[in-house]
Design a protein around this ligand. Structure first.
Ligand SMILES: Nc1ncnc2c1ncn2[C@@H]1O[C@H](COP(=O)(O)OP(=O)(O)OP(=O)(O)O)[C@@H](O)[C@H]1O
Ligand SMILES: [Mg+2]
Length: 306
């Protein structure tokens, strides 16, 4: 898709064609981000489609996806670049054997050929006709120091490698940061981003997602699955299931050739939805107390018991 011909409507449409159901509000943020060149910070609960936005947008824009997965202890070296020490050492040894001295190689081994590019440098250096999509996934897992370093990179889109010089982005990548809010992201970083919160989907949206991903599923079963999900998300579970769990469950029910929900099927397949023993136990209690109203689910209303 040509970035110059983008509209909110055709972003929404193009994402949908790639099986990502996108609300207008999200399409608006993506449109603005591309138009004004600001990163997007996507926050939301687990499994609601934050990472997928960036992946699908790269497909839609027919461009490269560069992903930086954040974790505790992630540092600038791992995110930006490192020198390829084994290759440098080998070159030094070879030169020593060949010429008997190593002096001349020292400038050469600190050139681009001996650089291991990590995602941020790769994104800054990427060329082509369309900017790459840079996904900085789960920024809340990284330390505050890394966040501060990122702030610099995202403000200037340039980095300085002392031995080589300053490298500036020819094309600013489309940047998406995601966070599960295990900690607050610093205001300074937020200020550089457009913000969007992805909520749990409505019944209608989730139904559309299920039908899009599994066109073979019976409509009634899809509605029952979504009604069940709506109910459990209103209850007090340790980990509320996201869309990822809904899709896993739908896939399992299709594999098992179940065409509708009943208590036995729910009991047998709940490991797709809840991944904590306490939650599975809580589910049993709620089913027994009829707080989780399976009858309403089977009738596809999803209404909580009175
Ligand atoms: N709106 C949507 N349309 C289509 N599929 C979706 C949508 N939202 C979520 N999904 C699907 O749900 C699954 C989980 O999505 P994703 O990995 O993007 O979630 P996440 O928010 O990044 O979760 P986590 O916080 O665990 O990383 C994926 O298979 C994705 O395709
Ligand atoms: Mg994710």
């Amino acid at each position: 898709m040509n970035p110059k011909k983008l509209t909110i409507e055709n972003i929404q449409e193009a994402l949908r064609k790639q099986k990502y159901i996108c609300d207008r509000s999200l399409a608006t943020v993506v449109y603005l981000s591309i138009s004004v060149g600001k990163p997007v910070l996507l926050e939301g609960e687990a499994g609601v489609g934050k990472t997928e936005v960036a992946k699908v947008l790269a497909e839609v824009m027919e461009t490269k996806l560069i992903r930086l997965q954040c974790y505790e202890g992630l540092d600038a070296n791992t995110a930006l670049y490192e020198w390829n020490y084994p290759k440098q050492m080998l070159r030094i040894k070879l030169e020593e054997v060949r010429r008997g001295d190593r002096g001349a190689v020292e400038t050469e081994i600190f050139s681009e050929e001996y650089l291991v590019k990590r995602p941020l440098l790769e994104a800054i250096q990427s060329d082509g006709s369309t900017p790459a999509v840079l996904l900085i996934d789960e920024i809340d897992r990284a330390d505050m120091e890394f966040e501060a370093f990122l702030l610099e990179v995202l403000s200037d889109f340039q980095i300085t490698i002392p031995e080589i010089g300053t490298i500036r982005a020819k094309l600013r990548p489309y940047v998406f940061l995601t966070s599960n809010r295990t900690r607050e992201i610093h205001d300074a970083l937020k200020r550089r981003c457009l913000y969007h919160w992805i909520d749990y989907p409505t019944f209608e949206k989730e139904y559309e997602i299920v039908m899009t991903k599994f066109p073979q599923v019976r409509e009634r079963l899809a509605r029952q699955i979504c009604a069940f999900m709506q109910q459990v998300r209103q209850m007090n579970f340790y980990k509320r299931p996201g869309v990822a769990e809904t899709l896993d469950w739908a896939a399992a029910l299709i594999t098992l050739s179940r065409h509708e929900l009943n208590e036995k099927t729910v009991q047998e397949t709940m490991g797709c939805v809840f991944k904590h023993r306490e939650d599975l136990h809580h589910l049993q209690e709620e089913l027994a107390r009829h707080k989780l109203d399976l009858d309403a689910v089977v009738k596809e209303t999803g209404a909580p018991a009175a």
